[in-house]
Design a protein around this ligand. Structure first.
Ligand code: SF4
Length: 358
């Protein structure tokens, strides 16, 4: 099979290894571009959320490169994620492509369906081989998360703008080519060292900013206008509420979601409303308690779970004393607008910090 799949931050490196080690050909998606988005937007319903449009554009680009199979995932709850696969499939068929579409639901939601689909993907490989491959993928995923967090801490202290991103990309390239557990361990060490070698202003005390919101726009830098890097260059150390390892633990291998934030959200929002809407409410409280200077909520335009969460933000911000900036994102959103709003937000956090010192 020639398999393509969505591009979602560093996940792509892991998905490529998984597909190839199961004996299939990976038509690895490249980072989405304006063309990818335009292609997806052209064939999507107007009010579909931006992850839907970018993923559709990515699939179409993969099909142009010869993919005959598409793999994607679905989510829980009453948002559109549950319908993604079916609607994507119909649009792609209407455009004349007839790929095999494998839509993986979280394993605990539909265990039999999940096992049957995994059987197709693993082909003639044994289950033991699959377990070994998954171990390696987990090691790679953990290393990438570690690298991302270290880069987020170093970037606001870097002396030469862009050094952290360059070191990160180099480290990611080491991990991309590492295939055995030993190679992954060595690549992780080398990548972390590469980041630690970045020249830093040791005396800088960066602002701390939590990034919350919908998973795709959190994890895919193209979809969020490189918000992490932009904030880093403005002197803020960021932490996302979602990394691939915690998402796997809380939302793939469990049906409960991230209980750290769900519990905090329950007095205000006792129900799961789809996506990470309930988490976004709890995450504001969590970051406030952790002493963060502010929170940026990333919300695809027309994403109901994040719109509901957004309606709570003024209250939460007041009640818990933490500024919250919500960025709604669609294909009309421009880099300059995002940059300007982030600059104003950083100014506000700087002033708050200054004020609290007096
Ligand atoms: S969480 Fe929001 S952006 Fe994601 S699929 Fe659901 S509605 Fe769309």
């Amino acid at each position: 099979m020639k398999i393509t799949y969505p591009h979602m931050g560093t996940f792509t490196l892991v998905a490529e290894q998984l597909v190839e080690e199961l004996g299939q050909e990976s038509i690895t998606p490249t980072r989405p571009t304006r063309r990818t988005l335009a292609l997806g937007a052209r064939y999507s319903p107007e009010f579909a959320c931006i992850p839907f449009k970018i993923c559709l554009g990515t699939y179409l680009e993969g099909l142009e490169k010869g993919a005959d199979t598409i793999i994607s995932g679905g989510g829980y709850g009453p948002c559109r994620a549950g319908l993604y696969g079916e609607i994507h499939h119909r649009i792609i068929n209407d455009l004349g492509y007839k790929p095999h579409v494998i839509f993986l639901w979280p394993p605990l939601k539909r265990p039999l369906d999940f096992i049957n689909k995994v059987k197709i993907l693993k082909g003639s490989s044994s289950w033991l081989h699959l377990v070994k491959v998954l171990r390696k993928c987990w090691a790679k995923l953990s290393a990438l998360d570690e690298m991302e967090m270290l880069a987020q801490d170093i970037r606001p202290r870097e002396l030469v703008k862009g050094d952290t991103t360059r070191a990160f990309n180099q480290g990611a390239a080491f991990l991309k080519s590492a295939r055995t557990l030993m190679e992954i361990r060595e690549a992780r060490e080398a990548a972390l060292q590469q980041l630690k070698n970045v020249d830093q202003n040791e005396e800088a005390v960066p602002l701390k900013v939590g990034i919350i919101g919908e998973i795709y726009v959190q994890l895919e830098p193209f979809a969020n206008f490189y918000v992490e890097e932009t904030l880093g260059h403005m002197g803020a150390a960021v932490r996302r509420s979602i990394y691939l390892t915690n998402f796997t633990r809380h939302d793939v291998l469990s049906t409960k979601g991230d209980m750290r934030s769900r519990k905090l959200a329950e007095p205000y929002m006792p129900l799961r409303i789809g996506g990470h809407g309930q988490n976004s409410i709890g995450d504001v409280i969590r970051y406030s308690r952790l002493g963060y200077d502010g929170v940026v909520q990333l919300a695809p335009f027309s994403c109901i779970p994040e719109i509901v969460a957004k309606s709570m933000m003024p209250y939460l911000s007041n009640q818990y004393g933490i500024p919250v900036l919500t960025l709604f994102i669609d294909e009309q959103t421009g880099q300059t607008g995002v940059q300007t709003r982030l600059e104003a937000f950083v100014d506000l956090m700087d002033q708050n910090r200054e004020h609290s010192r007096r």
